[in-house]
Ligand binder design. Structure first.
Ligand code: HEM
Length: 261
């Protein structure tokens, strides 16, 4: 049995923070942030470095890199996504209730941005496992077959495009996710409490953004390069600016409708 009571260096009887509820939440938070950094680091590496870099490589070198680098990176990427999601759920589960994530919290400005971040990041985790990974398996199997002197799979370019659109959409969501996750305790408590109408408007807007953008990323409005709906996915710069724009929009919404408490 773990004994948490002990005497500190000043001779005072005390308990270990490690085994208290808040201490445990602290441990979960650290784990969550480490997993999230690994996931987001790889996501941004894929989008800002790998994709433009591979486009400039000759096919033989690229196929080799898919086999040796991307394959390994994708293992860390998808399990980091899973671990981020699981640790986030645990933080929620341990702190559910009126003194933590109860109904008062979800009605507060912090609750609004955290809920938004959770919805966006849950979609992102689903994109990793259900869109990006299956499509990347096709792309990498094709790279390996071609490198071994076999036939190219005609489905591979389509799979690459489907994976790329979901990956760029994840990049777009990622900045607002950080805003909500970090801001929930650190700066959104500075805003005025929201009235029912403003709260409803915010939640409706965010759900609309999540649904419309995700349907777009899944190719429901077309996947052709250069069309108005796919412009945000056609370059990593476009995805970066759209993501930053969405994050600024969320902050401005709070400034315009609420302001400082
Ligand atoms: C892209 C995915 C994600 C990223 C980058 C991310 C990142 C972070 C970061 C940096 C924090 C701040 C820790 C702090 O300041 O104390 C945080 C907190 C948190 N995250 Fe996530 N997270 C992600 C996904 C999720 C998911 C999927 C969930 C839930 C299902 C979740 C639930 C939480 C909760 C409950 C907190 C504590 C918020 C608070 O301070 O009240 N996160 N996250």
């Amino acid at each position: 049995m773990l004994v948490s009571a002990h005497f500190n260096r000043l001779g005072k009887e005390t308990n270990m923070v490690l085994f208290s509820k808040d201490g445990f939440t602290g441990e979960l938070r650290i784990a969550h942030v480490i997993f999230a950094v690994m996931w987001m680091g790889l996501l941004w590496f894929f989008n800002f470095v790998q994709t433009p870099g591979y486009a400039e490589m000759d096919p033989a070198a690229r196929n080799n890199a898919f086999d040796k680098v991307t394959w390994r990176a994708l293992w860390w990427f998808r399990w980091a996504a899973m671990a981020t999601f699981a640790s986030g759920l645990l933080i929620l589960a341990v702190n559910m209730g009126d003194d933590g994530y109860g109904s008062a919290f979800w009605k507060s400005p912090s609750g609004g941005v955290l809920a938004t971040a959770i919805v966006f990041s849950t979609i992102m985790a689903a994109n990793v496992w259900m869109v990006i990974w299956p499509n990347q398996q096709i792309v990498i199997a094709n790279a390996r077959a071609v490198a071994a002197g076999g036939e190219a799979n005609p489905e591979a370019p389509k799979a690459a495009r489907r994976g790329a659109m979901a990956s760029r959409q994840n990049t777009i969501f990622s900045f607002t996710v950080f805003l909500g996750m970090v801001g929930a305790q650190h700066f959104f408590p500075l805003f005025e409490q929201a009235e029912g109408g403003v709260r409803t408007l915010f939640y409706i807007l965010m759900i609309a953004v999540a649904v419309v953008m995700e349907l777009n990323a899944l190719g429901k409005f077309g996947t052709e390069v250069g069309k108005p709906n796919t412009k945000i996915y056609d370059t990593h710069q476009a995805a970066l600016y759209t993501g930053l724009g969405l994050m600024v929009f969320v902050w401005l919404f709070y400034e315009i409708f609420l302001g400082k408490a």
